[in-house]
Write a protein that binds this ligand. Structure first.
Ligand code: ZOZ
Ligand code: NAI
Length: 525
């Protein structure tokens, strides 16, 4: 899991724990063994720590549940060992240096990074804090202001910004490992006193109170309902004390998070989001046995709330889309909405005008379905009316090539009944997007009785391609998402009956952490 390679007086410890080089217990033990071996070998003058393919994406998150994250040697032990090494230790970073990986990097005496590498402390998003000295060393490296920005936000930054902030000593275009080995040789024997991050003072301490207050305000706005950001801030503020005392504060703030329900829930969500796209059917079919068909072009029927959002999701992923309406007036309205949304993205600098033009050049429009003789996929998003949907599916079945997938965005109607209007029920499936469809991540792929495994595979591939988290669900009234939302909506309505105002209900839901309250979502729908 950690290769030990010697190169002309330099020991290279290369972590090789696919897929992301997480710091599982065995990896930590082997890094420690490598450090010991390099320390004892008189021929070795310097050490380089790197990762095969990518650097290190942090602690092994599965170990927070099993408890083995706290088994010796912990990431704290490794960081201390690295920093106190008598021989210089250089981190060679390509790919990701996240969480515990970032903490290992900033415990090294020097850091050399590839220009495309990424740095961050994503712990906050899984309900914890950088608990291996990250909240103490990072402010000492980059100053209080940057630490109070990057640790509670969990934001990733690129190598150029990391260099500006002083995280990285050198950014390279070529092989970071080769550069680090060369560099390590060149500094062998030099004093390390001012290279030990824990021994540096924290810059920006004079503005501590105002920086803290600003960080708290921002965290409460950006990460509503989450407790981890506030504990992150408290731990970072502990860096104003001597290092050992700060470590104690980090440990006690961390303890509150490591025993919290939010940690369990967020880490469950982390793995669930990655498990969802990996479908399997009762017959045994899965991506291992069935290939999906890539979608080269598509049509969306209905340019209303959902149709425009679905078209946008596809256009954003580079899929050419024909937006189809029943008459010109509705079509123009939908296209204007789409253009308005893209203009908003340009003015918010999310995309450039050129990117906006390139995206819109892939949008075609049509009144009626006659032109749909050469599309891989049609997604229907007209009114929630079974008779209308069946009529449209029967017509599409006549016009579109036999291999075209015909999918529906129905919220709750029976997929089998819609499919029965066609001669290709195997290619019919529900693609249930959530409003706003260009933004919301969840995509329910609803499998009918006769939907083929190839269609499911294609829909799952399609979902991932357009940046969604696709999950295969069964065909029943409301599928999964809306069955859950119905309960939530009923309770919200009862509150109104009991005398609350819709805005009060929304406020409580939003303070709990939902981006929008139930009544605002209804306004959008
Ligand atoms: C007393 C001692 C106290 C010490 C306490 C420790 C203190 C700490 O400081 C704690 C930490 O480090 S917590 C971990 C922080 N790091 C993260 O949150 C990074 C999570 N990973 C990512 O962002 C993306 O995977 C990444 C951007 C890296 C890559 O994205 P991709 O889209 O390429 O890949 P994914 O599909 O996300 O992932 C591929 C597979 O790897 C699994 N995985 C990812 N990160 C993991 C991690 N950190 N631990 C365990 N498994 C992890 C992921 O589930 C997926 O698995 P499969 O679906 O089975 O392939
Ligand atoms: N609005 C929401 O929050 C969600 C809606 N859905 C479902 O998505 C579907 C569409 O809903 P919305 O976009 O909200 O409706 P909408 O009323 O905003 O838009 C429907 C559009 O379909 C067009 N249309 C009607 N008949 C047509 C035909 N024969 N040919 C072409 N276009 C036709 C209408 O002119 C209209 O522009 C429904 O099945 C709904 O249940 C699913 C998830 C969320």
């Amino acid at each position: 899991m950690v290769d030990y390679i010697t190169r002309d007086g330099v020991a290279l410890l290369q972590v090789n724990n696919p897929p992301v080089n997480a710091l599982s217990h065995n990896v930590r033990a082997e890094i420690k063994n490598g450090l010991d071996e390099a320390g004892q070998d008189k021929q070795i003058k310097a050490i380089v720590i790197s990762g095969k393919r990518s650097f290190i994406a942090g602690a092994d998150i599965t170990e927070f549940k099993s408890g083995s994250y706290s088994e010796w040697p912990t990431i704290i032990d490794l960081c201390d060992l690295i920093e106190s090494s008598g021989k210089p230790v250089v981190a060679a970073i390509k790919g990701f240096a996240l969480g515990g990986g970032h903490e290992i990097a900033i415990s090294c005496h020097y850091r050399i990074a590839h220009e495309k590498s990424k740095f961050g402390f994503p712990e906050v998003d899984i309900g914890i804090l950088p608990a291996a000295g990250g909240t103490q060393r990072f402010p000492r490296l980059v100053g209080l202001e940057a630490a109070l920005d990057l640790i509670p936000s969990g934001r990733h930054i690129g190598a150029a910004q990391a260099f500006k902030l002083g995280i990285v000593d050198k950014v390279v275009r070529g092989d970071a490992v080769e550069e680090a080995v060369k560099f390590a040789k060149s500094i062998a024997g030099e004093p390390l006193v001012d290279r030990r991050t824990s021994q540096r003072p924290v810059m920006g301490a004079e503005n501590a109170v105002s920086l803290r207050d600003a960080a708290v305000k921002l965290a409460m706005k950006k990460k509503k309902g989450m407790i981890a950001p506030i504990h992150c801030i408290k731990a970072v503020m502990g860096s104003l004390l001597p290092f050992e005392q700060g470590m104690e504060i980090e440990a006690s703030e961390g303890f509150m998070l490591f025993t919290s329900g939010q940690m369990g829930a967020l880490q469950y969500a982390f793995f669930a989001q990655r498990a969802a796209p990996k479908w399997s059917l009762p017959c045994g079919a899965s991506f291992k046995t069935v290939k999906g068909r890539p979608i080269r072009n598509a049509a969306v029927i209905g340019a209303g709330t959902m149709g425009t959002g679905i078209a946008m999701a596809m256009l954003n992923a580079g899929i050419p889309v024909t937006l189809v309406e029943q008459d010109r007036k509705f079509l123009d309205k939908g296209v204007s909405l789409l253009k308005l949304l893209y203009a908003g993205s340009v003015s918010l600098r999310k995309i450039t005008q050129d990117q906006c033009d390139a995206i819109l050049s892939k949008l075609n429009t049509a009144v009626g379905y006659k032109s749909l003789t050469n599309v891989d996929l049609v997604i229907e998003a007209v009114y929630e009316n079974m008779a209308l949907k069946k009529q449209i599916f029967a017509e599409l079945d006549r016009i579109c090539p036999p291999e075209t997938f015909l999918w529906t965005n129905t919220s709750a109607l029976d997929i089998d009944e819609i499919a029965s209007a066609t001669r290709r029920p195997d290619k019919v499936l529900g693609t249930h997007f959530f409003v706003p469809a260009y933004h919301m991540k969840l995509l329910e792929n609803v499998r009918g009785k006769l939907t083929s495994a190839e269609t499911v595979a294609s829909a799952q591939m399609f979902g991932t391609r357009i940046g969604k988290i696709p999950v295969v669900v069964g065909n029943c009234h409301g599928f999964v998402g809306n069955r859950m939302l119905h309960k939530y909506a009923h309770e919200s309505d009862f509150l109104i009956e009991e005398g609350c105002w819709p805005e009060d209900v929304d406020m409580v839901a939003e303070n709990f952490g939902l981006p929008l309250g139930p009544f605002k979502v209804r306004d959008l729908s």
